[in-house]
Structures are given as structure tokens and as C-alpha cells.
Ligand binder design. Structure first.
Ligand code: SAM
Length: 260
């Protein structure tokens, strides 16, 4: 395991342990969206309808994400969904409801404490059509062409090898399958010292890449129609650069349907 991976697992392991006894997600996250400086306009969990959260017995405090990929993904009954870096499981449980009847939602996370937290949330919400897996998005433990939709919320930026993640996402998607993720991107170059800072990497800042680099990686992995739409910019202190939250969509070529 690399130093960056260790720092990331330590951070999210601590977060999950602090919330293990508080099934509604615990106290509101006070370090800003995923640890990135928050400009007060939106932030962790702000994109979730309260009624949907309430139906699961959760609050937006259960989210460490930077968007709501379950809305981006346009999920349909019967589909199989995979959430990369599922954390406390909010997006998986919401997705499981949306793909019911007949569908299934998988959550994949590299931090054992996060998987345990998500399983606790699942048991409390009484959602049967969801499974939480321990593993990494660089080596997804699912078969080729077994998933209709991949979602993810503020996680791909944490990977050192983003090409490997997107290659794996493409492998497990069925032809015609969709990728719909929320993530942070680099809008203005970050200060070199910040790029090397382990806490800033684990906090979803240092690992961000520019929009064009993201689009290029998606195309290189084999995705069609890659789109990266930035909807919120976040300035970093002391001229340290600028990041933004983005909605990222692409599809795997092939499969049934018009235009595929
Ligand atoms: C910022 S949190 C986001 C959690 C969740 N998606 C949400 O919206 O609340 C990042 C999550 O990604 C997980 N993670 C980090 N690196 C990973 C990897 N390489 N593979 C799978 N999960 C990873 C962490 O354990 C953590 O749960």
C-alpha cells in the first residue's frame, strides 16, 4: 500500500469509527466538503432531498461527497449499480431504492470501517437489494460486463492511478452502460507544496486533475461522449489555486438502443 493510500484509509477509518455508534451519520461534517475548504455555497450532502434521506433514517451528515450522483445517473428499475468508494453507503441505499424492483446496488470501499458503517446503515434502513464490498476501485472485485451504471461521489480524485480506476470501471460496465460521477477537479494549478501534502490528498484537494485531463483519461479508457461539467468553484487560501465540484458523465459504447 502506498503512503497516499495509507493516509486516505487512516482518515476515512477515523471518520467511520467516530460515527460507528450514531446510525444517522453522526454530527454534521465540520471540515467542509470532503475536507476541502467550503465556500458556504453547497457542501457535503447538500444535494439530497430531505424526504429521501428521512426514508432511510439518515441525514446529509452521512455524506462525505461533493454532489448527488444518484440524480445524475437517471437510474431505472432492474439496473445493477456500482458505487466506487461508497463510504457510509448513502448513495448505495438511495440507488437500491431507485433500481427496485429487480435491480441491485453494490458499494465498494477500501476502508473496512466504512464498509461496516455502511452495513449498519443498511440494516437500519431495511434495504435488501444492496451489498457492500471491501476492495479497491483500482481492482474492482466484480466480473466483466456485469454492471449497468457506475456512480461515485468525491472518490476518484483520491486515486493515484486514475487511469487504472477508469479502465476498471469500463471493464465491469456492460456495453451501453453509463458512468455518472461527482468529483472535485483542479480549475487553477495548485501550489506545488499542496500537491505533495498527504492530508490535502486524503482531503480530496491534492489529487484533483484538470477538466481536460479527466476527459482525456475517460476517452483513453474507452468511454464515449465524456463530459465534465463544473458547477461550483472553490478558491484555496493564500493563492494556493482553485478547485471545483463537477458532474462527470460518459458511456461505454455498444449495447442496445438508438445511437449506441
Ligand atoms: C470522500 S469519501 C466519500 C464517501 C462517499 N462516496 C460519500 O459520498 O459519502 C472517500 C471514500 O473513498 C474510499 N476510498 C478511498 N480510496 C479508495 C480506493 N482506492 N478504492 C475504494 N475506495 C476508496 C474511502 O475509504 C472513503 O470511504
Amino acid at each position: 500500500m502506498s503512503t497516499i493510500q495509507e493516509a486516505t484509509r487512516r482518515r476515512y477509518g477515523q471518520w467511520a469509527r467516530a460515527r460507528a455508534g450514531t446510525l444517522d451519520g453522526g454530527a454534521p461534517v465540520d471540515e467542509g466538503c470532503c475536507g476541502a475548504p467550503d465556500d458556504g455555497d453547497g457542501g457535503c450532502g447538500s444535494g439530497y432531498p430531505a424526504a429521501e434521506l428521512g426514508a432511510l433514517g439518515l441525514t446529509s451528515a452521512a455524506s462525505l461527497g461533493c454532489g448527488n450522483p444518484t440524480l445524475l445517473a437517471d437510474l431505472r428499475p432492474g439496473e445493477v449499480v456500482l458505487d466506487l468508494g461508497s463510504g457510509g453507503g448513502l448513495d448505495v441505499l438511495l440507488s437500491a431504492r431507485r433500481v427496485s424492483p429487480g435491480g441491485h446496488a453494490y458499494g465498494l470501499d477500501a476502508t473496512p470501517e466504512m464498509v461496516a458503517l455502511a452495513q449498519g446503515h443498511q440494516a437500519r434502513a431495511g434495504v435488501a437489494n444492496a451489498t457492500f464490498l471491501l476492495g479497491t476501485m483500482e481492482a474492482i472485485p466484480l466480473a466483466d460486463a456485469s454492471v449497468d451504471v457506475i456512480i461515485s461521489n468525491c472518490v476518484v480524485n483520491l486515486a493515484e492511478d486514475k487511469a487504472a480506476v477508469l479502465h476498471e470501471a469500463h471493464r465491469v460496465l456492460r456495453p451501453g452502460g453509463r458512468l455518472a460521477i461527482s468529483d472535485l477537479v483542479e480549475l487553477e494549478p495548485l501550489a506545488p507544496a499542496l500537491k505533495r501534502d498527504l492530508d490535502a490528498w486524503a482531503g480530496c484537494v491534492a489529487g484533483t486533475i484538470p477538466v481536460q485531463a479527466y476527459t482525456d483519461l475517460l476517452a483513453a479508457a474507452g468511454f464515449a461522449d465524456p463530459q465534465v461539467e463544473v458547477h461550483r468553484a472553490i478558491g484555496l487560501p493564500a493563492g494556493g489555486g482553485r478547485i471545483g465540484s463537477a458532474s462527470i458523465r460518459a458511456r461505454k459504447p455498444g449495447g442496445p438502443g438508438p445511437g449506441r
